[in-house]
Design a protein around this ligand. Sequence first.
Ligand code: CA
Length: 128
Amino acid sequence: MVHGETKRILVVEDEQDVAGLLQARLEANGYEVHVEACGRAALAEARELRPDLVILDLMLPDMDGYTVSAELRAMYRAWTLPILMLTARDKLRDKLRGYCAGADAYLTKPYDAGELLGAVARLLHHEV
Ligand code: CA
């Protein structure tokens, strides 16, 4: 990994196959990946882990991704944590709502792996 520091990514995704593929792709690119399958667990993990980036699904079993995003923003009290929303919802209003809830990037499923990795790298670069 660049600069010798491994970046931690929290993936919040309840579909196991999607989460598994994301994890494999990100780990292959040198990232440390943690996966949570629901909003509550993700918020608890974010508090512990202090990830460098969150990849967030919108439709989770216990709460929606907009709420998770807003709570992450409240937790960090600043816009320093990049949030990438990754969702099947491809309507413009969903996307705008995502940005209003604090998303820095919004990709729709099925996603292109190159585009996703590019977005992750760009968001992490802004962090440094
Ligand atoms: Ca989902």
